[in-house]
Design a protein around this ligand. Structure first.
Ligand code: CMC
Length: 365
């Protein structure tokens, strides 16, 4: 009898050149480069690194960034598709639908050659922010804006969302968020994209599989759950009791715990520093203090007293940051997807380049 490992925990399903995680020591690298170094680059450089395997030189970056900027606009058909959405849904649901519409208009849809997949990649990476921002504007009664090609990936997204050019710190933080979340080895949504790609289905279909998987609250949806949780706590004193109640009721604290990390998630440490910086710049540290009190209580109660490795993950302090940025919770998972799409595409390209259908077995009982 072959042992069944529930949730495929710790199962090595494939080899990848794209990223490396050491869950015991809290290390994350994309293509051999530590996340603490990557976070200081522009998102376009990190996206290039994921797709092509090495960092771009100045000319390569300029060419790649220009291609991305040139593809940011979405056509009127896609705007119309957004207008037909039910606006009570999350932006994530709209994104999934509009990406599907986008595929219908692409002559490369069923061309799985490397060149066609690179053309589709450029469109997907460039247009995710446009789709999310346009959905949010239409939902709030505004017209969507044309992208600004003078702005970086992060700054342009915030501009299209809010209608004004963001300040320097806010822009930097948006870019860093996209980088921190761009890639994470064989997480559930990336695995989904690879499964779809392994059937030799098209890149759009693979990305739509990833979107569906990312949405769940045990994965990218945790970011929205963290924002909702923070709304329920009024002060750092309340935060301690709030956590104690959750633990007593055997409920999970959203934004904590991880399948792979058994110590601090290195992304979480970076997010925490950025949340503090934003709080101080806005001269409003209340939310940050609430978050820190939640963290300290979880560490004391679960790590120190119960010896469980439940540390903040990438969704905890990023949820705090999104609240400082004034993002609506129903946007949170789609903003995660804007960053992650580069990693998904890198994995699909890796899958197509050395394909074997992913098809495990189940024991019939
Ligand atoms: N709060 C309290 N207890 C927890 C938590 C938490 N957030 N996470 C895990 N545990 C406990 C869990 O109750 C279980 O305890 P016991 O062994 O006594 O039954 C033990 O830790 C193992 O938990 P598990 O859910 O079986 O572990 P897993 O590896 O299957 O799940 C996880 C990992 C991320 C789904 C889980 O930690 C969780 O549900 N966290 C909350 C949701 C969340 O923040 N998700 C984001 C994940 S990371 C970034 C991303 O993918 O977006």
């Amino acid at each position: 009898m072959v042992e069944i490992i529930k949730g495929l925990q710790d199962v090595i399903a494939l080899e990848t050149h794209i990223s490396y995680i050491d869950g015991e020591n809290g290390i994350l690298r994309y293509r051999g480069i530590d996340i603490n170094d990557l976070v200081n680059l522009p998102y376009d450089s990190v996206s290039y690194l994921l797709l092509k395997g090495s960092l771009p030189d100045v000319t390569e970056l300029a060419t790649f960034s220009k291609k991305l900027k040139d593809e940011r606009v979405i056509n009127e058909n896609l705007i119309q598709a957004i207008r037909t959405c039910n606006f009570n849904i999350e932006a994530m649901d709209a994104l999934r639908t509009v990406v599907s519409h986008m595929s219908h208009c692409d002559p490369d849809l069923n061309d799985n050659s490397h060149d066609a997949n690179i053309r589709k990649s450029t469109k997907l990476i460039s247009r995710f922010p446009t789709i999310v921002a346009s959905f949010s504007r239409i939902k709030n009664g505004y017209e969507p804006l044309m992208p600004d090609t003078n702005l970086s990936h992060g700054a342009n997204f915030l501009y299209m969302l809010n209608g004004e050019k963001p300040e320097k710190t806010v822009t930097e933080i948006m870019e860093k968020d996209f980088i921190l979340i761009a890639e994470h080895e064989l997480n559930a949504s990336t695995f989904s994209t690879r499964i779809t790609a392994s059937t030799l289905s098209d890149l759009y279909s693979a990305i739509i599989s990833g979107l569906g998987t990312l949405k769940g609250p045990l994965h990218g949806g945790a970011r929205m759950a963290v924002m909702n949780m923070l709304d329920e706590v009024d002060s750092s004193d309340d935060a301690e009791q709030y956590v104690m109640d959750l633990i007593e009721n055997h409920q999970k604290i959203m934004g904590f715990g991880h399948r792979v990390y058994k110590t601090y998630d290195p992304r979480s440490n970076i997010y925490k520093g950025l949340a503090k910086k934003l709080a101080e710049e806005k001269s409003d540290t209340t939310l940050y203090e609430i978050a820190e009190r939640i963290e300290n209580t979880v560490i004391r109660e679960l790590v120190e007293k119960r010896n469980k490795p439940i540390y903040p993950n990438a969704d905890f302090y990023s949820g705090v940051i999104y609240k400082y940025l004034g993002l609506h919770p129903k946007l949170a998972t789609s903003v995660f997807a804007i960053g992650r799409v580069s990693g998904w595409i890198a994995h699909c390209l890796e899958q197509y380049s050395d394909n074997k259908l992913i098809r495990p077995r189940a024991r019939s009982v």
